[in-house]
Design a protein around this ligand. Structure first.
Ligand code: ADP
Length: 314
């Protein structure tokens, strides 16, 4: 199973991703966690990302695309993965499409956790106090100023992905304001029901022909399947019509040949050889025979009369 979790900071992507990891035995690939690990390890990528992350801005597309390309190659990602925090921009989504296509992989679903922005700051504040209570280091970007910037970045650069995947009919939206368990239940229902993950958006409907995109797994298949079934129905209708016409033609030919044979038989005064037309033809033949005998009688009578008159005249 391959999924993307979409949603603003504090929407609950990480919490739900961990539950999905347990349930499906797939890995969670969080670019945020990977970048934080790179920062902590002081790698060249970490050094580049450190300040951008702390301020709440986005690290360059090249860096995160490189990280994900390497990560999905690894053995533990073979069974499937949940992308959390990636893609975050349209170029990242396009790069992911290319990566998956190259590897012959498809996404099963993109799940958007929709939340009311007003609760986000509260949720992040709760996270900070929980981390502090556990004695964990608080994230450098978990403060009001950086959060405002992270939200701006989400609205401007990540939210367009809702349309990007909505147009491909791969998106499903869940109510991220519900309880953690309820959100998990909603996600499970989406993942367990095959078929399109979302109703087509008006933008998607506006496009006359559905785009053929490798990334839309079940949704795309369904679109193609319905087209195929329409085509198959039309083909079947034409075939049935042709078959009916053939049968009608055949029976017309049979009827006319039967009629010809009946006529012939009647002339000869013989019984029709065919089983099907036997009774009708037999009756017709007998009637014609009787008529012929009547005519013959009349002719004989007339001839006899004629002969008598001739003899009389003589
Ligand atoms: P959040 O909890 O705000 O969703 P994450 O833990 O996913 O944040 O990421 C933290 C920070 O790491 C981001 O604010 C950003 O600087 C950087 N980052 C993570 N993923 C990406 C990405 N896909 N593209 C660019 N920057 C990213």
């Amino acid at each position: 199973m391959r999924l993307i979790l979409l949603g603003p900071p504090g929407a609950g992507k990480g919490t739900q991703a961990q539950r999905l990891v347990q349930k499906y035995g797939i890995v969670q690939l969080s670019t945020g966690d990977m970048l934080r690990a790179a920062v902590a390890a002081g790698t060249p990528i970490g050094l580049k990302a450190k300040d951008i992350m702390a301020s709440g801005g986005l690290v360059s597309d090249d860096i995160v695309i490189g990280i994900i390309a390497d990560r999905i190659e690894q053995d533990d990602a073979r069974k499937g993965f949940i992308l959390d925090g990636f893609p975050r921009t349209v170029p990242q989504a396009e790069a992911l499409d290319r990566l998956l296509k190259e590897k012959g992989l498809k996404l099963d679903s993109v799940i958007e956790l929709k939340v009311n922005e007003a609760v986000l700051l509260q949720r992040v504040e709760n996270r900070i106090s929980e981390m502090q209570a556990r004695g964990e280091a608080v994230r450098a970007d978990d403060n009001a100023e950086a959060l405002a910037k992270r939200l701006d970045a989400y609205r401007a650069q990540t939210e367009p992905l809702v349309h990007y995947y909505g147009d491909k009919r791969a998106l499903a939206t869940v109510d991220g304001m519900a309880s953690i368990d309820e959100v998990t239940a909603q996600i499970s229902r989406i993942l367990e029901v095959p078929g399109p993950k979302a109703k087509p958006t008006s933008r998607a409907k506006a496009k006359a022909a559905p785009k053929k995109v490798g990334i839309v797994a079940k949704a795309g298949k369904r679109v193609r399947a319905s087209e195929t079934s329409k085509r198959a129905k039309a083909k079947k209708a034409v075939k049935t019509k042709a078959k009916k016409a053939k049968v009608a033609k055949k029976s017309a030919v049979k009827a006319s040949s039967l009629a010809r044979r009946a006529k012939k038989t009647a002339k000869k005064g013989r019984k029709a050889p065919s089983k099907a037309g036997k009774r009708v033809v037999g009756r017709k033949a007998a009637a014609s025979k009787r008529a012929a005998q009547k005519v013959a009688k009349k002719v004989t009578k007339r001839r006899a009369k004629g002969r008598n008159q001739l003899t009389k005249r003589r």
